[in-house]
Design a protein around this ligand. Structure first.
Ligand code: NOJ
Length: 553
């Protein structure tokens, strides 16, 4: 297989977030590495993945799991070498799989040589690579993101008697994008990896690149202008590569990240190709718990149309806490009550748990959540391990509890590494419900009824129906709020997703006037439903049941 040369490949791609440190260890040091991933590509290919997002792979003191970069031009020694990275790229490409990696634009590690220099003296040539101030009173309207650990976005530097600015940990000083040298340097870094053949980037923490007094220092026009500059360079020199933006923002603040014309989606986007849809995610969990779909429908109604050459990236879980930044304060309290009953499950403004435990390891709920994920407008991303229903360990440091070693086999060590599991960088999940003897890739690949096979099936069916990913989507107005129904259309193709988000049997009447005389068939089960005789089509759904329906005469 080779890569498709469709420049819009990402419109209907299946993404997979792969945490390098926890995926597969090739050299027996208890930490996953790039060379370990290569023999696992067959597995990802079988699942149906089109693009891997690799967690940060650069040299780093790992105070934020690599989001604290100390050298943008190299690979962390734990993960291998630049040659290992090239080998991984080649191996993935030869299977038709693309690879993007994290691009940490906003900040570096405090161990990056730029910062080491910058803090030497006020007139060091690198001083202006970062944001300094005599007081900690500037930019008061900027929120603190890591509220559990950081009392301020300013930290005092004893040696030079000034404060430096940081939106995340104090060990992650923000770069100063008002300095043209910084802006240029980042472009050089981007080109370095693109020249090597990488397919794009997941651009980390993009809302915070610039600071301006009197604003919340997010989503500023200067930030958009700089991102457009990156995009224009990529478009001109590296066609087919993408920028996937991480902006944890409301839909109306996300829309400008696609660029183009806010009032006309036919005008091509000229900023990010893709952006994560943050606000939909917690609402899926809320809806599943309350058996009420109202919030999903409302947030999608509030989601502006995006340019045709752009795409949402939808997700259920990732390597961070399940963020509750994009919900109201009342809903945040409710979500914590519903999904984080133990204080240790909470972290900052979120919940440090994985998908399967969040959904009570209830196969019906896990399937329904994924049926929604794989059919919402956008391209879906799977978080490593969620395709087999891995568990978490809330007692580990920070967010490590959702970053535990991949469970490949039931053998001691779970097939992650050859070394003694006591030397793994974090312990394996080993409890009765989610432990590797029970939940592992090998067992699920041989069991046709496993979650792995269901996930593989979702992907295969989705790919056979490009209306998902390309279609226009509308939510059907239903009186039964426990049921979610949305219809994708593209030319002559349609696909209706309908799901019961409650634990009760539900009857629903769907307005389907244009399909009178048609017979709906579930493309997942190949089951045919009763014909549509009148405009209002009645359907009964068992708890958490879902269909992906097409219509034929
Ligand atoms: C967002 C990343 O997803 C998160 O893991 C990280 O801590 C922050 N950005 C800071 O880079």
């Amino acid at each position: 297989m080779t890569l498709t040369n469709d420049p819009l490949w990402y419109k209907n791609a299946i993404f997979y977030e792969l945490h390098i440190r926890s995926f597969a260890d090739s050299n027996g040091d208890g930490k996953g590495d790039l060379a370990g991933i290569i023999p696992k590509l067959d597995y990802l290919q079988e699942l149906g993945i089109d693009c891997i997002w690799l967690s940060p792979m650069f040299p780093s003191p790992l105070k934020d799991d690599g989001y604290d970069v100390a050298d943008y031009f190299n690979i962390h020694p734990d993960y291998g070498t630049v040659d290992d990275f090239k080998a991984l790229l080649d191996a993935a490409h030869s299977r038709g799989i693309r690879v993007i990696t994290d691009l940490v634009l906003n900040h570096t590690s405090d161990e990056h040589p730029w910062f080491v220099e910058a803090r030497k003296s006020k007139n060091n040539p690198y001083r202006d690579y970062y944001v300094w101030s005599d007081t900690d009173q500037k930019y008061k309207d900027a929120r603190i993101i890591f509220v559990d650990t950081e009392p301020s976005n300013w930290t005092y530097d004893e040696a030079t008697g000034q404060y430096y600015w940081h939106r995340f940990y104090a060990s992650q000083p923000d770069l100063n994008y008002d300095n043209p040298a910084v802006a240029d340097k980042m472009i050089e870094i981007i080109r370095y990896w693109l020249d090597m053949g990488i397919d794009g980037f997941r651009a980390d923490a993009v809302p915070y690149l610039f600071e301006r007094e009197g604003t919340n220092c997010e989503n500023l026009p200067e930030t958009h202008a700089y991102l457009k500059r990156i995009r224009a360079m990529m478009e001109a020199q590296y066609p087919g590569t993408i920028l996937l933006g991480e902006a944890n923002q409301w839909p109306w603040d996300l829309r400008p990240y696609f660029g183009g014309d806010p009032n006309d989606p036919t005008v091509p986007g000229d900023e990010f190709h893709m952006a994560f849809h943050f606000p939909i995610m917690p609402r899926i969990f809320k809806a599943l718990k309350l058996g009420n779909t109202t919030d999903i429908i409302n947030i999608m109604a509030d989601t502006p149309a995006i340019p045709t050459n752009c795409q949402w990236c939808v997700f259920l879980r990732n390597h961070d806490e399940l963020t509750l930044e994009m919900v109201t304060e009342a809903d945040r309290q409710l979500m914590w009550q519903l999904y984080a009953p133990e204080p240790r499950m909470r972290l900052n403004l979120g919940i440090r748990r994985r998908l399967a435990p969040l959904l009570d390891n209830d196969r019906r709920k896990i399937e329904l959540a994924n049926a929604i994920l794989f059919s919402l407008p956008g391209a879906p991303i799977i978080y490593y391990g969620d395709e087999i229903g891995m568990g978490d360990n809330i007692w580990l440091f920070d967010r490590n509890g959702v970053r535990t070693p991949m469970q490949w086999t039931a053998e001691p060590g779970a097939g992650f590494s050859q070394t003694d599991p006591a030397d793994y960088w974090v312990p394996l999940i080993d409890d009765d419900t989610y432990g590797y003897p029970k939940i592992n890739v090998a067992a699920q690949m041989t069991d046709p009824t496993s979650l792995f096979h269901t996930m593989k099936h979702f992907i295969a069916v989705r790919k056979a129906h490009p209306v998902l990913g390309w279609g226009r989507c509308e939510f059907l107005p239903l009186t039964n709020q426990a049921v979610l129904a949305y219809l994708h259309r593209r030319e002559a193709a349609q696909m209706l997703m309908v799901g019961n988000l409650s634990d009760q049997i539900q009857t629903v009447t769907m307005p389907l006037p244009e399909f009178v005389g048609h017979t709906p068939a579930d493309v997942l089960t190949e089951q045919t439903l009763s014909p549509i005789i009148e405009a209002n089509y009645p359907l009964t759904l068992s708890p958490y049941q879902y269909h992906w329906l097409t219509f034929s005469r």
